[in-house]
Design a protein around this ligand. Structure first.
Ligand code: ADP
Ligand code: MG
Length: 589
């Protein structure tokens, strides 16, 4: 075949694949256009995850009627002043977004600049343009994209379920709203108002979008080096989350997902947050345009810093200093906030009488020895009387309890004379998970109604996410209901969990669901959720156990499949045989 030039429509469809790979990308481009237009107020309305319809209304500078055809033409932009691509102060500059959206979807622009006597409208559908004509309309621009990818079925096939696409699109607006606190933002998705924020200070914006719990304890950050300035808010170590969703990075006013910044954040918290948990942070970096290349990827969310190492050490250093500050007065836990006072108290109200059948299994229901006096050092609990009772031989391979040391490990004498050391938290986590899995396999996880239903506050986005998954949650033994735009009512929790912390548990699950939101991932989702449930409320390290509890723990481990490793794959117990001990003492090679 001879070489030929591709038709404009084809070129735009190819570009659409790069720039607009899913509804969230179209939302990002359209909101960025509104911000570039100097809008003071932006409204985003999504339907069907943005696949059906995306509408963005702004009160920005508008597009003059004679420029409307250019706006939807490829490589046409009003923004790029520095053709060397060095000083890029607007969010857009490539002139690709509108033609790409117009190639893949049905795009309508209705715009009226200051001083023009009416609005004008132009439509592009699958690349075909309907000429501009006057229509009624107020100052600013309305961009509507409908039937995304109807003209590019190949791309359409790769879309995920509307809920997953909605989640991604909502997060995109969440990130952009964090970038521009001085712009009022309203987000509506499938007729639910997810946020409606006035123009506000950065701190208030972060508080509104990160939720009240985070807002109450986050620490301000302000550090600089040379011409680089880092500001924002970071959570104390105790505010860690199940995923990295409560992390936002803004670089020169642009929302970015940069692996170097993510990693720096992780390193800064490495010593203070348990493995697998994520810190909470809203960071903003300002640096000279020359020190940054934003033109790395069409979606412009990746960056290249001229001085990677300098930025990394600035971030880590600033966070470490902030974390080292004495805890401020603003760290009252959510449950003590006055506005919560009228609501039923949280988890302490959950006090079901232990069912006798399970009391036989002993372990978790037994009163924990919390009231015991602090242990003298060295921390070694003397063997309880009769501890070295003859273990009931082979039926009990893990043997008889000897002692608990460091409030974390249980020592036992195995039936073959070996020494068994159990990590009580890891073991209990596995037992809980297996118990949950067994119940789940039989149909439904046993659920324990709360004596007094608990109201838990979430952000409207988290609330929507949880309610969208209420069926899945019910299968896990959690019954929830809507309770206004920013809260859910918890009616019951899985019975296998002891002292459940409804808020923490639901928040972790909401994040987990958001991460694994693919349409066919229900099983994977439930699987992850089960593990999450188990690790959430298992007996923690650092808790004194009674002899009967230790005994019950050992017996249950013997009766439970896969009890030798915890859900994270770490061992739950070690066994030191005569041979092992002899090796350790150098008695044999
Ligand atoms: P870019 O943003 O890279 O310039 P786009 O294709 O997104 O490219 O937009 C093309 C042009 O259309 C912009 O340069 C701008 O002049 C105009 N435009 C698009 N959206 C808006 C809006 N909401 N308000 C004002 N002008 C807009
Ligand atoms: Mg643009």
């Amino acid at each position: 075949m001879p070489i030929r030039r591709l038709a404009e429509t084809t070129i735009n469809r190819i570009a659409a694949g790069e720039v607009i790979e899913r509804p969230a990308a179209a939302v990002k481009e359209l909101v960025e256009n509104a911000l570039d237009a100097g809008a003071r107020r932006i409204e985003v309305i999504l339907a069907g995850g943005g696949i059906e319809r995306i509408e963005i209304i702004d009160d920005g500078c508008g597009i003059p009627s004679d420029e409307l055809p250019l706006a939807i033409e490829r490589h046409a932009t009003s923004k790029l002043q520095d053709e060397a691509l060095v000083r890029i102060s607007t969010l857009g500059f490539r002139g690709e977004a509108l033609p790409s959206i117009g190639a893949a979807a049905r795009l309508t622009l209705i715009s009226r600049p200051e001083g023009q006597d009416s609005a004008w409208r132009i439509d592009v559908a699958g690349g075909a343009i309907t000429p501009a004509r006057p229509v009624p309309g107020i100052k600013g621009t309305r961009a509507i994209a409908e039937d995304l990818f109807y003209a590019t079925p190949a791309r359409r096939k790769f879309l995920r379920a509307p809920r997953a696409e909605a989640e991604a699109a909502e997060r995109t607006v969440w990130r952009l709203a964090l970038c521009a606190p001085q712009t009022a933002f309203r987000l509506v998705s499938d007729e639910r108002v997810l946020f409606d924020l006035p123009a506000q200070e950065e701190m208030a914006r972060v508080a509104a979008l990160f939720g009240r719990e985070a807002a109450n304890s986050m620490l301000p950050l302000d550090a600089g080096r040379d011409e680089v300035r880092l500001t924002g808010f970071i959570g104390p170590a105790s505010l860690n989350r199940a995923t990295s969703r409560l992390q936002s990075f803004v670089v020169n006013g642009r929302p970015v997902q940069d692996s170097m910044l993510r990693l720096s954040l992780r390193l800064a918290y490495r010593d203070v947050i348990p493995a697998g948990r994520f810190p909470v942070a809203a960071l903003r970096l300002e640096l000279p345009d020359e020190a940054l290349d934003v033109n790395v990827h069409p979606a412009k969310s990746e960056l290249r810093f001229a001085d990677q190492n300098g930025i990394r050490s600035l971030v880590i250093g600033a966070i470490n200093r902030a974390l080292a500050q004495p805890v401020s007065l603003g760290t009252a836990p959510v449950a003590t906030l006055p506005s919560l006072a009228l609501r039923p108290p949280p988890s302490p109200s959950y006090a079901p009488p232990p069912p006798p059948s399970r009391a036989a299994r002993g372990f978790a229901e037994t009163e924990l020895a919390l009231a015991a006096p602090p242990m003298a050092r060295p921390a070694f609990t003397p063997p309880p009387p009769a501890a070295v009772a003859e273990p009931e031989a082979a039926a009990h391979p893990l043997g008889a309890p000897l002692a608990q040391i460091l409030d974390t490990y249980v020592l036992a004498l195995a039936s073959d004379g070996a020494l068994v050391i159990v990590d009580q938290h890891a073991a209990h986590e596995r037992l809980t998970e297996e118990r949950l899995r067994a119940q789940f396999a039989e149909g439904r996880i046993a659920s324990q109604p709360l004596l007094v239903p608990v109201v838990v506050d979430f952000s409207p986005m988290e609330t929507a996410r949880l309610l969208a998954e209420s069926e899945t949650l019910a299968r896990l033994g959690l019954e929830i209901e809507a309770f206004g735009p920013g809260a859910v009512l918890v009616r019951s929790l899985p019975a296998a969990l002891k002292e459940p912390d409804a808020a923490g548990l639901l928040r972790d699950l909401a994040e987990e669901f958001a991460e694994t939101g693919a349409p066919l991932a229900l099983e994977a989702k439930l699987d992850a959720a089960l593990a999450r449930l188990a690790c959430h409320r298992s007996i923690r390290a650092g808790r004194r156990l009674q002899r009967e509890e230790i005994d019950a723990l050992l017996r249950e481990m013997e009766a439970t499949p896969r009890a030798a490793t915890c859900s994270h794959g770490r061992p739950t117990f070690l066994k030191l045989t005569r041979a092992d001990l002899e090796k350790l003492f150098g008695r044999r090679a």
